[in-house]
Design a protein around this ligand. Structure first.
Ligand code: CO8
Length: 255
């Protein structure tokens, strides 16, 4: 097994677990992750995923270089190597990356596939693929550029240098930096908060924020307003607003 999965209430925590190779992302790890999360993604009693490494030293040091090294271009194309990660990125359950230590190459890309990143003070981010004679291949050039802008993305992708958690937060890659030993606690608390809200509103919020990266302002604002209107078809909207006005906590049911 390349993973450890724990479920507590509505939060599912996935720990990458290949310590001997710093959680390098192999095809087997990806397949296990997808097989484990696919049914959970459809489970109405699961409200958020937390993805993390298995130690304070590493989140993931990238795709498994040993696995890739000997492949030909034809083999990579025939396998559509690592296209499965887009299935992970497309899961509808919100995902929070809890990053301690190295998040390099595919590790940084995996963190960016999540909705947001909570990092420990000693976390290290980078896209060092250029040093291996390749480029980021599971979204790095695209997601990093959208998150930190062209200039910093070029700096990281062309020089292969790493950045620390403080720089990653300043650049907009990381949402919060916390002490290393608080990363899981903070991410789990954030996940529990997300999981406690109405599912339709959470899905609408994610899709609408992500739409901002893919559309012009005018279309994005219209999309947001239409989605806002549509949420008035849900019981959770009625419950959330009645609870506020009645000065009581809401009881969301996901309907
Ligand atoms: N793949 C395979 N094995 C790895 C990887 C990796 N990415 N990273 C580390 N390991 C292994 C090492 O080979 C070593 O194994 P061994 O003990 O058998 O020699 C073990 O993990 C420990 O690593 P180090 O001894 O190197 O540990 P250090 O503390 O000295 O260094 C570093 C830690 C800085 C993280 C270093 O290991 C490193 O630079 N790792 C590689 C980082 C990297 O280049 N990542 C990018 C990989 S390429 C990629 O992610 C592309 C993704 C897109 C693919 C898309 C296809 C379409």
């Amino acid at each position: 097994m390349n993973l450890k999965i724990d479920r507590a209430g509505r939060v599912v925590t996935v720990r990458l677990h290949r310590p001997a190779v710093l959680n390098a992302l192999s095809h087997a790890l990806m397949t296990e992750l997808l097989d484990a999360l696919r049914p959970l993604d459809r489970d109405p009693d699961v409200g958020c995923f937390v993805v993390t490494g298995s130690s304070e030293r590493v989140f993931a040091a990238g795709a498994d270089i040993k696995e890739m090294a000997g492949k030909s271009a034809a083999e990579m194309a025939a396998e559509d190597y690592f296209s499965g990660w887009e299935e992970f990125a497309a899961f509808r359950t919100p995902k929070i990356a809890a990053v301690n230590g190295f998040a390099l190459g595919g590790g940084c890309e995996l963190a960016m596939m999540c909705d947001f990143i909570i990092a420990g003070e000693s976390a290290v981010f980078g896209q060092p693929e250029i040093k291996l004679g390749v480029i980021p291949g599971i979204g790095g050039t695209q997601r990093l550029t959208r998150l930190v802008g062209r200039s910093k993305a070029m700096d990281l992708v062309l020089t292969g240098r790493t950045m620390d958690a403080a720089e990653a937060e300043r650049a907009g890659l990381v949402a919060r930096v916390v002490p290393d030993d608080r990363v899981i606690e903070e991410a789990t608390a954030a996940a529990a908060a997300v999981a406690s809200y109405g599912r339709a509103a959470v899905t609408a919020a994610r899709e609408t924020v992500d739409r901002a990266l893919e559309t012009g302002l005018r279309d994005g604002i219209l999309f947001e307003r239409r989605v806002f209107h549509a949420l008035f078809a849900t019981e959770d909207q009625s419950e959330g607003m009645s609870a506020f006005l009645g000065k009581r906590p809401p009881r969301f049911t996901g309907r």
